[in-house]
Design a protein around this ligand. Structure first.
Ligand SMILES: [Fe+2]
Ligand SMILES: [Fe+2]
Length: 134
């Protein structure tokens, strides 16, 4: 029989997994659009969706760390801040029409997918899921 706290943590982890899937799907769409002639309005709209989702997602992960305690909380939260600032700075340029998708933005996306989500996020998800099994 699991406690309400355990159940809540399980639900939080599932929510984080779902957010990762949505983030990955938007990033994959944007990376594919590098090779295509995506209308600027569609690009801006998709990026806005990503920025909003990232804001919610990083806030949710940060609050999970504070609520349940995570040893790498400080460095992980600093990484969220840096990633968000970098992607948001590129988005602001694109929103003002000063720039279109660039290799810099593609590098930030790849870092987010291949380094942050695949490694740092996997590490905390494994950490909490292990706690659920003991
Ligand atoms: Fe994440
Ligand atoms: Fe994260």
């Amino acid at each position: 029989m699991s406690s309400p706290n355990t159940e809540r943590l399980r639900e939080e982890l599932t929510k984080i997994d779902d957010q990762h899937e949505r983030i990955t799907s938007i990033i994959d769409f944007l990376l594919c659009s590098f090779a295509q002639d995506l209308p600027i309005a569609d690009l801006q709209e998709k990026l806005k969706e990503l920025i909003n989702l990232l804001h919610t997602h990083f806030t949710d992960e940060n609050s999970l760390f504070s609520q349940y305690g995570y040893p790498q909380m400080t460095s992980h939260m600093q990484e969220h801040k840096a990633i968000f600032e970098e992607i948001n700075a590129q988005y602001q340029l694109i929103k003002r029409g000063e720039k279109t998708l660039s290799p810099i933005l593609a590098d930030h996306f790849k870092y987010l997918e291949d380094c942050h989500i695949a490694n740092a996020d996997k590490a905390f998800l494994d950490y909490f899921r292990q706690k659920l099994t003991v």
